[in-house]
Write a protein that binds this ligand. Structure first.
Ligand SMILES: [Zn+2]
Length: 344
């Protein structure tokens, strides 16, 4: 419902913008036609004055004067005022439109410490996602684009604010495409599972499709990011062993990503990409990922041998998929170093 309203409101903003643009175009055309008419009338007066000169000097003089004044006025306006006027009014109209479209965005959420779900007062305004002590629903914290205030919102309002930002940032089409992709996947999963899928299930399914695509495109960077997101989902769901395997894959890809920069011969570019020492494994690997691996090792109580087995199995598959240069053996040595220094 809310998104329908939003869409129609956007359509409204769009159509008002378009009609403004048409209006501007029409006025510009009108001004040009008016000028042509004045020039023609001016020339006509001069011609008439020339014809009348013989019979009536006074009438001739009068028409000659009118003609000259008309021509002078037209040329003067053309040179000094007409163009800049049109241009600045276009700029004004555009600026006005932008302010209008920001103002037309609905003000969402609560600036004060009030739950957006049950409207009960809170002891303190939370600074991040939190459950309301009164109704038990989640309250999210967002910055709304209309006035840049930090507000407490419901999950549905958070989504609407995301859409508002995409309008402000000019990425609304991409936002809508992604939303449609999610909706289609949700509908498909609902049929397959025979129940409404969770948000994580929808995201997981989409990530799997993206993963296939990135593998086909040999895009190891995007593949790595998708794997990391999947690892985070698994960890949140308590699937520690599976999460651990994926974090190890991310580590192997990170080490190789850096290894790829060795083909770059431009020293300046290399310095920009590698502000750190390329032989130091602890800085090549993302510290947050190493932290996750360490925590999961502790949680699962996995032995080093088993961990190594999993790593080699996963790394070998990745190596042949992306034709990675760093051998799993060298990578494993570096990961072990990073894990040891992370422990200490
Ligand atoms: Zn509440």
């Amino acid at each position: 419902m809310a998104s329908d309203k939003m869409t129609s409101r956007i359509a409204l903003v769009r159509s008002s913008k378009e009609s403004d643009r048409h209006y501007m175009a029409r006025t510009e055309g009108g001004v040009a036609r008016m000028k042509n008419l004045l020039v023609l009338v001016g020339l006509g007066c001069l011609l008439f004055a020339l014809m009348k000169w013989g019979s009536s000097t006074l009438t001739g003089l009068g028409f000659a004067l009118i003609g000259l004044v008309l021509l002078c006025v037209t040329f003067y306006r053309n040179k000094h005022t007409a163009r800049p006027n049109v241009r600045s009014s276009v700029a004004d109209a555009l600026a006005r439109q932008h302010t209008q479209s920001v103002q037309q965005l609905r003000l969402l959420g609560n600036v004060d410490a009030v739950c957006p779900n049950c409207n009960q007062r809170l002891e303190k305004k939370p600074s991040r996602k939190k459950k309301c002590p009164h109704c038990g629903q989640f309250m999210l914290v967002r910055t709304r684009p209309s006035d840049r205030q930090r507000v407490l919102v419901t999950e549905a309002q958070a989504e609407e604010i995301e859409e508002q930002w995409s309008i402000i940032n000019g990425t609304h089409d991409a936002y809508l495409a992604e939303k449609e992709r999610r909706a289609k996947e949700r509908a498909y999963l609902a049929i397959r599972l025979g129940r409404e899928p969770t948000q994580a299930e929808v995201r997981w399914s989409l990530l799997q499709q993206e993963l296939d695509q990135y593998a086909r495109e040999r895009n190891s960077g995007a593949f790595r990011n998708a794997k990391l997101e999947m690892a985070d989902i698994l960890r949140r769901e308590g699937k520690s062993m599976e999460a651990l395997s994926l974090y190890l894959e991310v580590c192997y890809l990170d080490l190789n990503d850096l290894d790829d920069t060795r083909s770059i011969t431009d020293k300046e570019l290399l310095r920009e990409l590698l502000p750190w020492n390329p032989n130091d494994a602890t800085t090549q690997l993302a510290p947050a990922v190493i932290d996750e691996v360490l925590q999961l090792i502790e949680q699962t109580g996995i032995s080093t041998d088993t961990l190594q087995d999993i790593f080699f199995q996963r790394a070998s598959a990745l190596r042949s998929l992306f034709r990675l240069r760093l051998s799993p053996t060298t990578a494993w040595r570096r990961i072990r170093e990073a894990l040891r220094s992370g422990e200490g």
